[in-house]
Design a protein around this ligand. Structure first.
Ligand code: ZN
Length: 307
C-alpha cells in the first residue's frame, strides 16, 4: 500500500507500469497533519464519547492522525500532565476541569503563540477562567465566575459586532432546543458555501459569553429567544481568533451527543480544523448539510446496543 501511495505521489513515468499493474485501487494519501485532543475532566460526563466523536471526525477528513492526552481525574495532581503540544499541528480541547500545571500552561501558550492551531469545543470555553492567555485564545468564555472583569460581551448592533462592557455574568444558556444558525461571513473558508441559515440539532445556545474579545471574527450567530429563556440577542456561535501567530476555531456548539451528531456541527468542526492548521479549507460542503428548515444528524452509532 505504501508503495502504491508513493507511486501516485511521485507520478514518475518510470513507475507507471508498476502502478498500472497494481491490483489495489488508488488509495487516499497519508494524513498530512497531526492532532491532539485534550480531555479528562468535564462537567459533561459524556466526554469520553464526544472525544471519540471528535477523533472520528478528524480522521475521516483524511488530513489528520489523532492522539488523545487525558488528565488525571479531578482531585488528583495535574503536575504530571504535560502533553508534547509542539509535536502536533492542532490541539482540540474537550476539557473543562481543574487548571493544568504551570509547565503545561507555558507549553500550550508557546504552542499556540508560535503558530499552532487550536479548537475550543463547547464547554472548553468554560475552562481556565483565570488563565489570561487562554482567555485571549478563546476570545470569549463563560462560567467560572466570569464577569466584566474578564472583558466585554460581543454584541451585534446595526450589522456590526461591537464590544459591550455592561457589567454582568459571563455565560449562561436557556432551555435546550433546536435553533437556527445564521452565517455572518459567507466568504470565510470555514463557512463559504454553507446555507446562510441552517437548523442545528438540540443543543445549549450559549449566551452572554465574555472575555478579552480581541482579534475575534464571528462567523455565525444564533438568536437567543426570550421564549427559550435566552437573552433576546444574536449570540456568537462560531468564531475564529488570532492569538499571536496561532489560529483558533471556537465552536460553542456540542452539549449533547445529538448536538455533536448534527451534520452542521460536524462539517464546521472538520473545516475549522483544516483552516486552523492551513488557513484554508479544501473540504466540500456535504450534499446532506442541514437546511433552513430541516435538521440533519447522523444516526446514533450506539443505538440498539445498550438495551
Ligand atoms: Zn453543555
Amino acid at each position: 500500500m505504501i508503495t502504491i501511495r508513493t507511486c501516485f505521489a511521485l507520478g514518475a513515468v518510470g513507475l507507471l507500469a508498476t502502478c498500472a499493474t497494481a491490483p489495489e485501487p488508488a488509495s487516499d494519501p497519508e494524513p498530512k497533519f497531526s492532532a491532539l485532543i485534550v480531555d479528562g475532566q468535564n462537567n459533561h460526563r459524556i466526554w469520553p464519547t464526544t472525544t471519540g466523536y471528535l477523533t472520528g471526525y478528524l480522521e475521516e477528513t483524511g488530513l489528520f492522525t489523532v492522539d488523545i492526552a487525558t488528565t488525571p481525574p479531578a482531585g488528583e495532581s495535574l503536575d504530571s500532565y504535560r502533553p508534547a503540544f509542539s509535536n502536533y499541528d492542532l490541539v482540540v480541547s474537550n476539557y473543562n476541569g481543574e487548571p493544568w500545571g504551570e509547565a503545561a500552561m507555558a507549553d500550550f501558550e508557546a504552542f499556540v503563540g508560535g503558530g499552532g492551531a487550536f479548537i475550543s469545543v463547547h464547554a472548553a470555553n468554560n475552562a481556565f477562567p483565570e488563565w489570561t492567555a487562554y482567555n485571549e485564545m478563546i476570545g470569549i468564555g463563560g462560567w467560572g465566575d466570569r464577569t466584566e472583569r474578564h472583558g466585554p460581551y460581543i454584541r451585534l448592533r446595526d450589522g456590526e459586532f461591537v464590544h459591550d462592557n455592561t457589567p454582568g455574568i459571563g455565560g449562561s444558556h436557556g432551555i435546550r432546543h433546536e435553533f437556527a444558525i445564521n452565517i455572518r461571513d459567507t466568504e470565510h473558508p470555514i463557512t463559504r458555501g454553507l446555507p446562510e441559515k441552517w437548523m442545528h440539532a438540540n443543543d445549549e445556545l450559549y449566551d452572554r459569553l465574555r472575555g478579552p474579545a480581541r482579534n475575534v471574527h464571528v462567523l455565525a450567530t444564533a438568536f437567543s429567544t426570550v421564549e427559550s429563556e435566552g437573552t433576546g440577542e444574536h449570540e456568537p456561535i462560531l468564531m475564529t481568533i488570532q492569538y499571536k501567530n496561532g489560529r483558533i476555531f471556537h465552536t460553542t456548539l456540542g452539549h449533547a451527543l445529538v448536538s455533536q451528531r448534527c451534520k452542521g456541527f460536524i462539517t464546521t468542526f472538520k473545516r475549522g480544523a483544516e483552516w486552523a492548521v492551513t488557513g484554508d479549507v479544501t473540504q466540500p460542503v456535504p450534499d446532506d448539510f442541514p437546511t433552513a428548515t430541516e435538521i440533519r444528524t447522523r444516526p446514533d452509532p450506539d443505538e440498539g446496543q445498550s438495551s
